[in-house]
Write a protein that binds this ligand. Structure first.
Ligand code: NAD
Length: 497
């Protein structure tokens, strides 16, 4: 932020407002020698000792961790890309766009703006309180837990970690056991790059996460499905721990006849088949009138061939389904449906072709759950009202995508629907806008992050009021409440509050 007259040192102001003596805390030979961790209890206790000693609070410590994360990514890119290939057959270019490069951009944005974001903010005080000053200070919460899923195992682990560290917390990161190579890489690299007094990885599945969730954290940030989201929230309730739940659900696309359908086909296919459809903000299904659907279907067939060749099984740009149970669930959803293109699969390699389904019934099994795979059902509607009615009858989506050149149609979606995000003309790209909140509403989640909002998530905005003792202007409101004081409070004073 540009300051007039003098250079404002937001970092120093922050440290001062927080009474942080940064010089005594940034030394890594700090006298704090927490016990070595033998179990989850010990680990969390150790992190809490670190936090309580104030080690994570100074601005300089936070910046060092962010730079360490940047170095971790830049110095180990081939290994991370290799892990993503092993776990998801994710193409390295796609990994740069949606995982590694995405996280690097978030780090740069945070490094550039953190001083400004942390600067104590003055708020006006009412005359009744004057003379006084009031500010808000963002203080770290303590020891936080980040639980990540398997589908973007780099981005969805590290972007919350950036927020947690930039806000000055100690943390436990729990990668998904379903992306085991990526989980192992980060468990090793975190220990090498971060301040291990304050940052730890716990690997494992349900038993380990269940153990971790018994601990008291100061915030839990969970990304994954709603069933586990409920388990996380119940565990958090035991300790009155606040939660952010980044969940999923069915994100619809509505297309009308006012737009260039070839571009629609490109954008929908790009967002749908990226990461083999295993993207929380992927278009789940498409709503269109029969005429629009009939025009769009052959274009989708062409675009899929253009993206992935005549046989997508041989394409380097196309991913695989994460595990056998997801593969079996997805292929089961094809039963009884009319395939426009795709539909073929190979259980051995967990290949499922990019698939488009024709005229799917609203009662079909595939419409009763989040698809989370490379299958795009086209559902026909009579009208805009029918489409909006269908969307509003279901859970609030994580994202809703609309292709229409009609201002009236766009307005109807803005005012007549509710979703985590609403995007016109392009699916899944709102994540790239760092100033936009990323999160769901209702069944698709609670809380939002990215950029400055991540600092909000992992901070407490503390109200700080400071009033001098003399003159004691408060003697006007002290008891005993004489008639004179009563009249004064009802009259003049009430106008000043
Ligand atoms: P997952 O199976 O990897 O689970 C997520 C995390 O929860 C893992 O770390 C796992 O170990 C833990 N977990 C699983 N079962 C648990 C239990 N019983 N108790 C405690 N912890 C448990 O991932 P997933 O849930 O299959 O992820 C896919 C879902 O996540 C989809 O619904 C998708 O839409 C959603 N998602 C949302 C976002 C978002 O940003 N909103 C991003 C990606 C995925």
């Amino acid at each position: 932020m540009r300051e007039t007259g003098r250079v404002f040192d937001g970092a120093a102001a922050y440290d001062k407002a927080m009474s942080i003596d940064a010089s005594s805390m940034t030394d890594t030979s700090s006298p704090v020698n927490p016990p070595a961790a033998s179990g989850i209890d010990d680990l969390v206790a150790r992190l809490r000792t670190t936090f309580d000693a104030g080690i994570t609070k100074p601005y300089a410590w936070r910046i060092r961790q962010l730079k360490a994360l940047r170095a971790l990514l830049l110095e180990n890119t081939p290994e991370i890309e290799g892990a993503l290939i092993a776990d998801l057959k994710k193409n390295p270019a796609e990994a740069q766009l949606t995982e590694i490069g995405f996280v690097l951009a978030e780090i740069e944005n945070t490094l550039t703006n953190l001083k400004r974001w942390l600067r104590p903010k003055h708020v006006p005080t009412p005359l009744l309180i004057a003379p006084a000053s009031a500010t808000t200070v963002r203080e770290p919460l303590g020891v936080v837990l980040v639980i990540a899923p398997w589908n973007y195992p780099v981005q969805l682990l590290l972007v919350p970690v950036i927020g947690a560290l930039a806000a000055g917390n100690a943390l436990v990161a729990k990668p998904s056991e379903l992306a085991p190579k990526t989980s192992a890489v980060f468990a090793r690299l975190f220990a090498r790059y971060f301040d291990t007094r304050a940052v730890a990885v716990v690997e494992g599945g349900v038993p380990e996460t269940t153990e971790v969730l018994k601990q008291r954290f100061d915030h839990i940030f969970y990304t994954g499905n709603g069933r586990v989201g409920r388990i996380v929230m119940q565990a958090a309730a035991e300790h009155l721990t606040p939660v952010t739940l980044e969940l999923g659900g069915k994100s619809p696309v509505y297309v009308d006849d006012t737009v260039d359908l070839s571009i629609v086909a490109h954008r929908v296919a790009w967002a749908k088949f990226m990461n083999a459809g295993q993207t929380c903000v992927a278009p789940d299904y498409l709503l269109a009138t029969p005429a629009v659907a009939a025009a769009l279907e052959p274009l989708l067939v062409e675009v899929i061939a253009e993206f992935y060749g005549a046989d997508p099984a041989t394409s380097d740009s196309y991913g695989r389904i994460i595990n056998d149970s997801q593969f079996t669930r997805l292929t089961g959803l094809l039963e009884g449906e009319t395939v426009v293109t795709g539909g073929d699969s190979d259980a051995r390699t967990r290949y499922l072709a990019p698939t488009v389904l024709h005229d799917v019934s609203r009662d079909a099994a595939i419409m009763a759950q989040e698809i989370f795979g490379p299958i795009l059902p086209i559902v026909t509607v009579d009208s805009l009202n029918d489409a909006i009615g269908h969307i509003n009858a279901g859970d609030k989506p994580l994202a809703l995508y609309v292709f229409s050149n009609s201002k009236a149609v766009r307005r109807r979606f803005i005012t007549g629907t509710s979703s985590g995000a609403l995007a016109f003309g392009v699916p899944a790209a709102h994540l790239l806008v760092q100033g936009l909140p990323f999160g769901g509403v209702g069944a698709s989640g609670m809380g939002a992050y990215h950029g400055e909002r991540s600092i909000d998530v992992f901070s407490h905005e503390k109200a700080v009021l400071s009033k001098i003792l003399k003159p004691d202007t408060f003697n006007l409101v002290y008891p005993p409440f004489t008639q004179k004081k009563d009249a004064f409070i009802r009259g003049f004073l009430r106008k000043l509050i």
